[in-house]
Design a protein around this ligand. Structure first.
Ligand SMILES: [Zn+2]
Length: 402
């Protein structure tokens, strides 16, 4: 009796906890009294547990009628654990975001501690914000704190949108902005007055891409997102726990264009503007399919990728990733999507470990929960010359740095 009751309580506890993805086997609740009894206990316990344990997100397993909550197996492998506090070569992080609240002195101090030569803030903005960013950071360390500008897409319906953006780009460049960042909202959510989502290869942007090329400003473009964000948020989704934490990161359904559609729009832009350098953020957002991204790199010499936020993807396919990084050693740029000294979810030392070591089966994160999915990564021990290019030399060339 006790065993049956415990099992019923466990079932119902899971139903009551919103984070659990679990479907009960209702056939087990045959007797009405048992259902009511179990429900009352479950509600009381569920409330207690729910309050005490509100933000817990972890694996629950159901094995032969037993529930294992918060399953976190500890590896028993006996192996070398490399701790790399500094990179083998100076690093340029081409993919950071920081606001005007941090001070340049703080950034420089953290950069020096982590062996970072330069960082690119992709959130430079436009207008007054951009002016302030350039004033505060670029003037402080012109070759160390680099600012990319962004387009004001709220002007998309202006009849002279293209001319306005061209003029903006020229002015931003003259003031010290070194490149242009396009956020993922283009192609995904931005609409014009027709009510339609604006395509990335909309002709209104053509003069802007062309101008960027003329000015020698690389365009770092974030298009789409991981494959899992375009799939149903169900128990088959490999990033389910991440999507449970951030439901607004799901772009599944009729309200959004297909992932392949927007990636194809981006690719047409890259093809149409061979004199402009495009850097596909997050391994071109196709780190799950390195064969596909290889074909793009083969087709378009003006296409580069950064690795920001995708060491989790690269590190779980180390054989393929190593070959990819060596083959495209001139086209891959180091990036994190963090900034030096950012307290939340630090990445630098994990990235160094991934690129430099032969460590196996380690966490790609340094906080309590896996940010993407439940897997481990393996180091790709890149040869020195490849490492130096990906860490620094490619970015130096693309950004025109000394
Ligand atoms: Zn980013």
């Amino acid at each position: 009796m006790k065993k049956v009751l415990t099992k019923n309580i466990n079932h119902l506890l899971l139903i009551l906890k919103p984070d659990r993805f679990y479907k009960p086997d209702w056939n087990k609740y045959t007797s009405r009294t048992r259902q009511q009894y179990a429900c009352i206990i479950a509600i009381v316990l569920g409330l207690m547990l729910g309050c005490a344990n509100k933000d817990t997100i972890s694996q629950a397993l159901y094995i032969k009628g037993d529930l294992v909550l918060d399953y976190q197996p500890k590896s028993n492998l006996v192996q070398k654990q490399s701790i790399l506090s500094k990179p083998k070569y100076p690093v340029i992080d081409v993919h950071t975001h920081f606001s005007g609240d941090v001070t340049p002195a703080f950034l420089i101090e953290k950069m020096d501690a982590l062996g970072i030569k330069a960082i690119v803030n992709l959130s430079g903005g436009y207008g007054v914000k951009l002016d302030q960013m350039l004033e505060k950071f670029s003037h402080y360390g012109p070759d160390r704190l680099i600012i990319f500008c962004n387009l004001d897409l709220s002007k998309i319906d202006d009849s002279d949108f293209s001319e306005q953006m061209e003029a903006f780009l020229s002015a931003a460049h003259a003031k010290g902005a070194r490149g242009l960042k396009i956020f993922k909202n283009l192609g995904l959510t931005v609409k014009d007055k027709t009510g339609q989502i604006v395509a990335i290869d909309d002709v209104r942007f053509d003069p802007v891409w062309e101008k960027a090329g003329e000015l020698g400003m690389p365009v770092l473009i974030h298009t789409a997102d991981p494959v899992a964000f375009f799939k149903p948020t169900d128990r088959f989704n490999e990033r389910l726990m991440q999507l449970k934490r951030h439901p607004n990161w799901s772009f599944y359904g009729a309200a959004f264009p297909e992932r392949e559609t927007i990636i194809a729009q981006r690719n047409r832009v890259i093809a149409r503007h061979p004199n402009t350098i495009f850097i596909g953020a997050h391994v071109g957002n196709s780190a799950e399919d390195l064969t596909m991204i290889s074909k793009l790199l083969d087709s378009y010499p003006n296409f580069y990728v950064d690795v920001a936020g995708r060491v989790a993807e690269l590190g779980r396919q180390p054989y393929t990733a190593r070959k990819f990084l060596i083959k495209y050693q001139d086209r891959v740029l180091f990036g994190t999507d963090r900034y030096p000294g950012k307290p939340a979810q630090p990445r630098y030392t994990i990235y160094y470990r991934f690129f430099q070591t032969q460590d196996e089966y380690f966490d790609y994160y340094d906080h309590p929960f896996p940010p993407a999915g439940e897997w481990k990564i393996y180091g790709v021990f890149l040869p020195d010359e490849v490492l130096e290019k990906i860490y620094c030399k490619n970015a130096q060339r693309v950004l025109g740095l000394r």
